[in-house]
Every structure is written in C-alpha cells, then in structure tokens.
Design a protein around this ligand. Structure first.
Ligand SMILES: [Zn+2]
Length: 249
C-alpha cells in the first residue's frame, strides 16, 4: 500500500465535537485520478475527502483525519445529521462512464488495508461503513451497484444482514400485525428508517420511494450475495431489521 501526502486540499474545517464513528465510501465519476486530485484540491469546488484511492492502488491523503473534510454534503443516518464531522471520507477513482469503470484488484486491496486501519484506530462499528447513497439516497448513487460490498463483508469490514435463519421472519410479521401495520410499503419504510435511512421524502411519494429502495438494493441486496437464495428484497430488509432489533436490546 503506497500512501502519498503530496496533494493537499484546503477544503475542510474543524470537526464539531464529534467522534469519528463512520467511514463513507464514494466514487469520483471523473475519468482519471489526476482529474479527481485537481477537482478535490481546487478551493472553489468546496469539496474534498480524507483519502482517494487510484485504480493502481495508490492512496492519496488530501485532508488530515482530525479535520472535517467536505464529502457527504446534506445527509443523514439515524440521528446523525453532520456526517462530515463524524466520518472519514474515502473517494474511489471510479466512473461508470469512463475507462476507470472497474473496481480494480489493486484499488480494492488498498481500500481493504485502509479500512482495516481506520476501523481499528477509531473503533468504528462495521454497521457504520456506508456508501454516500445510504446517507443521501435522494441525491447520490455512489459507490453504486457494482461496488463489491461482498469483499468487505467477507473480511468483516462491513455489515450484512444474516440471511440464514428465515424462521425469524415470522416474529417480525407478528410484530407488524400487533402494531397494525399491514402494507408492505409501510413496513419497508418503518424498517428502513430504524435501520438508519432518511425516509422523509419517500413517505407518500412513489418516485422517491423507488429511489430509496434502489439505494438499499445497491448496498444490501446485491445479486452476488444472494446467489442460492429465494429471498426477496422485503425479506432481506426484514432480516436486517430483526438483526438490528436483537443487537440493540
Ligand atoms: Zn459521493
């Protein structure tokens, strides 16, 4: 893993009394690492990140970890509304529309080493390793449906709902019935809200509801993880929700 400190971004300010408890993953959507370094270091763009990883696995540190980089924008997760203050932002040199349209092996192995180091240093809960699309689902789609979350789950560097015990679904259904919540849409919104998503725009709005589901799907319902399973999207959300209820009590 090669770490370069040569490029610095002045687009940062002070963290507001916040402990670092999240890692937010992004992609740049720009054609080359040079374009991205330029963009993230230009003062007038008012954006930055702590780290950016190139296709050949070089990690550039643009903002000191102790400072608040500007990568999340308007976003929220659970009760947290200032994700920039509470997180380390990592950009990946990836664009779905240019030649850097693969999450290369070198890029991923550097991301893995960096994530391991940050999780250990700040004791970050793996449930708080999130994509930009999780914390800003109506504005952002990165790191996108092709980001290999599975690699992070397998190394225990990110959370994935345990899908083995399908019998547990019964308990969730009884809980909903008791609380007189009958429609799938209502159930999904409640569960996604408790998981952490901002559901405000999706209530009574089909368009935003679909966008919210897409954000969830791109992170937690990737085909790769569900090869031999008949689980539907709602089942995975139910299991996710059930696992969270168990670990919160
Ligand atoms: Zn982003």
């Amino acid at each position: 893993m090669k770490l370069i400190h040569k490029f610095k971004s002045l687009n940062f300010d002070k963290r507001v009394n916040k402990k670092i408890s999240y890692i937010i993953l992004h992609y740049t959507a720009l054609p080359t690492i040079d374009d991205s370094l330029n963009f993230l270091c230009k003062t007038e763009n008012k954006v930055s990140c702590h780290y950016i990883i190139s296709q050949n696995g070089i990690i550039y540190n643009l903002v000191n970890e102790k400072n608040r980089a500007w990568h999340a924008g308007q976003s929220n997760w659970l009760a947290e509304k200032d994700l920039n203050s509470a997180s380390i932002g990592i950009e990946l040199d990836f664009s779905p529309n240019h030649n850097n349209n693969k999450f290369s092996k070198l890029l991923m192995s550097s991301l893995i080493v960096l994530t391991q180091r940050l999780i250990k240093k700040y004791k970050i809960n793996k449930k708080n390793i999130l994509g930009h699309s999780d914390i800003a689902p109506y504005r952002k789609i990165d790191p996108g449906k092709h980001f290999p979350w599975k690699k992070l789950y397998q190394l225990n560097l990110a959370y994935y709902p345990k899908t083995k015990n399908i019998l547990k679904l019964k308990k969730i259904r009884i809980w909903f019935k008791k609380n007189k919540i009958y429609s799938n849409e209502q159930k999904i919104l409640i569960m996604l809200n408790i998981i952490g998503y901002d559901i405000s725009k999706a209530i009574n709005n089909k368009y935003y509801y679909r966008i919210l589901l897409k954000s969830y799907r791109n992170h937690f319902f990737q085909k790769d993880n569900l090869k031999n399973s008949n689980l539907k999207l709602i089942n995975v959300i139910e299991l996710h929700f059930y696992n969270l209820l168990l670990t919160k009590v």
